[in-house]
Write a protein that binds this ligand. Structure first.
Ligand code: HEM
Length: 496
């Protein structure tokens, strides 16, 4: 009986403490506009149920953010359980957060659902000093001139994709372009970064892509439904997501052990991203094998899914915008003709192709938002933002903000052509368009992605006419990154 009374007292104490903390949290942010959460449920859960309902209806969180942006303006805050999230849709705020203040990160994606996924890899390392050393070393592998040395590899993987699509097109059946591109980007990052031959393009049953996608799904679930563990209906799904993460880790450990053994036996290793990681691993006392695996997974995930999604959205938009497709084809035919290997000069001349890739990332940024923590109180657009606020940097919403982009719902690549009159109607700069983030923690792989994206887009348009399946859905799903929910279903006809 005594134990029961003490337990009840402890529970009441803990609950009162939790309630008081929520009271203080809400008071700290009450000067900021945002969706109100009234009543007892609102007090304890904030927007939690609204978000879960929105996502269960197969909508993306970004569209809810956009609704709130329209209703509350460029700075607003909302509560989810015991956390307040601040969203800033303004170029000066983006500059302050990412450049002037270089706000710290939160390490999202490190251990979703309690499983080690990105762990303490380059993307999720929150200790600035440790991150700086690793980043400095890795930067060497991502300079444009170094990446250009891998152009042959990009070309040859692109040619394998063409061959496979050519074979598939003979059946006159609908093809999931998204799946094919997804396999190809996996093979590219594996070969270029790690000298690994995954050959998932010719082995569509390979599960690697699936493990990556499910790892990212786990990150989203963790973020948007932190109470999912309490729902018995989700248990099976959660377990299978956790198993996928474990499988990806297992694959990564095995691949690394093989590479380290090769290095030991031959005392030689190709100069690539993996060799830089191993250098970090050997020179940093604090760097252990688990962190090497974290980095391996980070580059695998960062280098594959994002670029595949960006390319897939290009095809979805091109399929709906025949005028743009016609112009793109004209440029590619003019620059490449029937040439099979794309070189650095060709890439530089494919200006409209770049504009198409950019416009696609404006409307459908593969990484639609990312987050930072405010290290101290700051003022943004006249609002005091408390210390330790969780900031969301809203790439997706900024790309649809009419203050910066004219006719934002339309797909108009001309806005990215500096000499085109329509570009003057837009305000495009590093703070309004930042699909790769900016500042010290920007995307290390952006040159990689731009080369790969442009080269594959050009090769596919050079070789095929395509039509979208009339049943194609244009809905989008967010598994950390944005992707077309239905893939990209096309009918392909070889052009020569
Ligand atoms: C279209 C393709 C891509 C997009 C849109 C993209 C976007 C981003 C964004 C927004 C960030 C910053 C995230 C944050 O601050 O939380 C980031 C970081 C990162 N990306 Fe990418 N990325 C792409 C391709 C790649 C590729 C191809 C690689 C590797 C080959 C890569 C590797 C990384 C890594 C390692 C980081 C962490 C950098 C650091 O914190 O130092 N990404 N990416």
């Amino acid at each position: 009986m005594k134990i029961l009374i003490s337990l009840s007292a402890a529970l009441v104490g803990a609950f009162s403490y939790y309630s008081f903390k929520i009271f203080l949290l809400r008071r700290k942010y009450r000067h900021l506009p945002g969706p109100s959460s009234k009543g007892l449920i609102g007090f304890y859960f904030g927007q939690y149920f609204r978000i879960v309902k929105h996502i269960s209806a197969k909508k993306i969180l970004q569209d809810l953010h956009f609704e709130w942006f329209k209703a509350y303006g460029p700075v607003y805050a909302y509560q989810v359980l015991n956390t307040m999230v601040v969203i800033v849709n303004d170029e000066s705020a983006v500059k302050t957060a990412l450049i002037e203040e270089d706000l710290p990160k939160k390490g999202i994606g490190a251990f979703p659902l309690g499983e080690r996924f990105l762990g303490i890899g380059l993307l999720t390392e929150i200790d600035k000093k440790k991150w700086r050393n690793r980043r400095a070393m890795m930067n060497n592998g991502f300079k444009k001139d170094i990446l250009m040395q891998s152009l042959d590899e990009f070309n040859s993987k692109g040619d394998l994709l063409l061959q496979r699509l050519n074979n598939l097109s003979k059946s006159n059946e609908c093809i999931s372009l998204f799946n094919e591109i997804n396999h190809m980007t996996l093979d590219v990052i594996a070969k270029v970064a790690f000298d690994l031959d995954t050959d998932s393009l010719n082995n569509p049953e390979s599960k690697l892509n699936n493990y990556i996608c499910r790892g990212l799904e786990a990150v989203t679930l963790d973020l948007t439904d932190p109470l999912c563990f309490l729902k018995p209906s989700k248990r099976k799904h959660i377990n299978s997501l956790k198993q996928s993460i474990r499988n990806l880790r297992h694959f990564s450990i095995e691949s690394l052990q093989i590479k380290l053994k090769e290095l030991q036996e031959n005392n030689f290793m190709a100069h690539n991203i993996l060799s830089l990681m191993i250098k970090n691993f050997k020179t940093d006392d604090d760097f252990d094998f688990d962190k090497l695996v974290d980095d391996f997974i980070t580059f695998f995930v960062g280098g594959q899914e994002t670029t595949a999604n960006a390319l897939s959205f290009c095809f979805l938009e091109l399929g709906q915008n025949p005028q743009v497709l016609k112009k793109l084809k004209e440029e590619i035919d003019l620059v490449l003709g029937k040439k099979s290997t794309i070189d650095q000069d060709d890439l530089a001349r494919l200006e409209y192709t770049s504009a198409v890739f950019n416009e696609s990332m404006r409307k459908w940024p593969p990484v639609p938002s990312f987050s930072r923590l405010s290290a101290q109180e700051c003022e943004i657009l006249g609002y005091k933002i408390p210390k330790n606020s969780w900031f969301i940097m809203p790439v997706y919403i900024m790309g649809r903000n009419e203050n910066y982009f004219s006719r934002p719902k339309e797909f108009i690549p001309e806005r990215f052509l500096k000499n085109h009159p329509f570009s003057k109607e837009n305000k495009i700069n590093s703070y309004t368009f930042f699909p790769f983030s900016l500042g010290p923690r920007n995307c290390i792989g952006q040159n990689f992605a731009k080369i790969e994206g442009k080269l594959i887009l050009a090769k596919l348009i050079q070789h095929f006419d395509f039509k979208l399946d009339p049943d194609q859905s244009f809905d989008v799903v967010q598994y950390t990154t944005l992707r077309p929910i239905d893939g990209v279903k096309v009918f392909l006809t070889p052009r020569f």
